[in-house]
Design a protein around this ligand. Structure first.
Ligand SMILES: Cc1cc2nc3c(=O)[nH]c(=O)nc-3n(C[C@H](O)[C@H](O)[C@H](O)COP(=O)(O)O)c2cc1C
Length: 336
């Protein structure tokens, strides 16, 4: 940061009430200590975090329009390293699903190696056998799709299970009228005090869309598509206690938007966005976003590709791994 920027930052900080700044610092301290940011690979939390993320990276790699030659070798080696860490730590009650999912994705990688010209010679999974508990009927890796799931005739359970992020899209442009209807439907999302702070900015130009995706970085290998930028009007919030509220309101809206897009037969993939950091700065060099608007997430969207494709299965935690009954202080301490 240059001297001028530092001085500008200092001036802005001085103008903020002291309680506001201290509160923000306390939040950062709590987040740092409670997240896995300060842990190392002797901690089961960090190991399971990495196993989950790496597992998804591999399944996602197989869902891309073109599977890159030799893809995933370094990630697979990291998976094997973390699997060994998990066994060494020996806390098998902590997120065993992360361990199982990682072993199963390594098995998928091994099976697909010949087909995609991958090196899997270093993968020996036999030593993990004693620790594996597979759910019957569980699928790992990718599954194929032809078309968008048709909402008509599906109940909510079926519709929710039929939605998947896709990363391969048709070249056909999305009609603005259909997107407006999808945004109307997404607007049924609840929001704190009914503020409805979310706006949706549509980028239909695929050259611009690619430039934004290059800044985002998490859509490498996805086919080209249009973008919806989910933006929050921060002017609708006031207190520091509301600092995360734009993301909470926006998260609920995002889910509703993904369902709405699917309802109109439009495929999508939500993408993470760090608007407070470098991504936010670079984006504003490309497009004009009113000051006071915070970009929460990006949604890549388009019609389903005419020749079909694959989606990453992205297995979900079982209810036993999420639901905790807590009626009193002593009983049912959370173990998840
Ligand atoms: C906030 C958020 C950020 C995401 N960021 C990315 C991303 O950068 N790249 C990507 O390929 N997928 C991204 N995804 C998609 C997730 O990988 C996907 O939703 C998850 O694996 C579950 O799969 P499903 O959407 O098919 O149910 C993101 C999803 C969310 C909700």
């Amino acid at each position: 940061m240059g001297v001028r920027n530092k001085m500008e930052m200092a001036k802005q900080l001085a103008a903020i009430p002291r309680g506001y700044c201290i509160g923000a610092l306390k939040r950062a301290v709590r987040f740092y200590n409670a997240s896995s940011a300060c842990l190392d690979d002797t901690s089961v939390q960090l190991v399971c975090r990495e196993l989950r993320i790496l597992t998804h990276t591999i399944e996602k790699g197989f869902s891309l329009p073109v599977v890159k030659k030799g893809f995933g070798e370094e990630k697979m080696k990291a998976i094997l390293r973390y699997l060994d860490c998990y066994i060494k730590i020996g806390d098998f009650s902590y997120d065993h699903e992360a361990f199982t999912g990682a072993v199963m994705i390594a098995e998928e990688y091994r099976k697909k190696a010949a087909c995609y010209d991958l090196n899997a010679s270093f993968i020996d999974l036999s030593k993990y056998d004693p620790y594996i508990e597979c759910k019957s009927g569980e699928v790992y890796g990718v599954l194929s799709f032809d078309n968008a799931p048709k909402a008509d005739g599906l109940n909510f359970w079926e519709f929710a299970h039929a939605r998947h992020s896709i990363r391969k899209f048709s070249d056909k442009p999305l009609p603005e009228s259909v997107l407006r209807e999808a945004v109307d439907l997404a607007g049924t999302a609840p929001s704190a005090c009914n503020r409805q702070s979310v706006k949706v900015f549509h980028i239909s130009d695929r050259v611009l869309s690619r430039k934004i995706l290059d800044i985002q970085g998490g859509a490498r290998g996805h086919s080209s598509a249009e973008l919806l930028l989910l933006v929050s009007d921060l002017g609708l919030y006031r207190y520091l206690s509301e600092f995360e509220l734009p993301y909470l309101d926006g998260g609920i809206y995002l889910m509703n938007l993904l369902y709405s897009l699917n309802y109109y037969q439009i495929g999508s993939c939500p993408l993470v966005w760090d608007d407070y950091g470098e991504q936010g700065r670079q984006l504003r060099e490309l497009i004009e976003i009113p000051s006071g608007y915070l970009v929460l997430a990006i949604v890549q969207c388009g019609f389903y590709p005419e020749d079909g494709g694959y989606y990453a299965v992205s297995n979900r935690r079982e209810a036993d791994n999420c639901y905790v009954k807590m009626d009193g202080k002593e009983q049912d301490k959370p173990t998840v």
